[in-house]
Design a protein around this ligand. Structure first.
Ligand SMILES: [Zn+2]
Ligand SMILES: [Zn+2]
Length: 203
């Protein structure tokens, strides 16, 4: 019997947004980058337009070397193994850390809705779920669609996928083009809070 092993969407712990202001929705995608293909073409600007379709060098993930100096200790007095210790050598332990090549594409409402994403796909950008990399054979989990938020513990709201309801509401405020109360003192804080309370984003 043949069993197809379906790889699961991988986790990649990303930072959460810290600036909580109205902003348009941002789709997180992955951009292809390949030094090998670029060098073979005589430079990045000479890459053929669909180079990423034939690139065999894992172009959506960048691998970074992380060096950790790691000391080895020995007891000062071999007769007292649990006593004071001295550093006998320090070795640089190198680990390779993958980082997906994240890019954000704004998905504002109105006439241009979806254009940015269309253009991004044409440039070879992909959704993290469709990534096929030796490190992430089944792709990576989708990201939060709030600006600068790469969190992956997302929930579905009426206007997209977000990690926090407040983020979904701020995007809804931005899309409705309502003037948002700027928070500068306790009173305006309260008005701002009241404004967000009226936004309905639950599915
Ligand atoms: Zn390549
Ligand atoms: Zn988020």
């Amino acid at each position: 019997m043949n069993e197809t092993v379906v790889a699961e969407l991988a986790s990649w712990k990303g930072p959460r947004a810290y600036r909580m202001q109205p902003c348009s929705r941002e789709i997180k995608m992955l951009r292809p980058i390949c030094g090998v293909c670029a060098a073979a073409s005589g430079g990045k600007k000479y890459l053929p337009s669909l180079w990423f379709e034939t690139c065999q060098h894992d172009p959506y993930v960048t691998y970074r070397e992380v060096t950790t100096p790691t000391p080895t200790y020995e007891p000062v007095d071999p007769e007292v193994p649990n006593g004071a210790k001295k550093v006998v050598r320090v070795e640089d332990i190198v680990t390779i850390e993958p980082r997906p090549n994240w890019v954000s594409t704004s998905l504002a409402g109105g006439l241009n809705k979806g254009r940015g994403v269309e253009r991004a796909l044409w440039k070879g950008f992909i959704y993290p779920q469709s990534l096929r990399s030796p490190t992430y054979p089944g792709g990576i989990k989708r990201r939060c669609q709030f600006r600068d938020c790469l969190a992956e513990d997302v929930k579905r709201f009426t206007n997209g996928w977000f990690c926090r309801e407040e983020e979904a509401k701020l995007v809804a405020v931005s899309d409705s083009e309502t003037t948002y109360q700027v928070s500068f003192d306790a009173r305006s804080d309260k008005i701002q809070k009241g404004q967000l309370d009226t936004v309905q984003v639950r599915t």
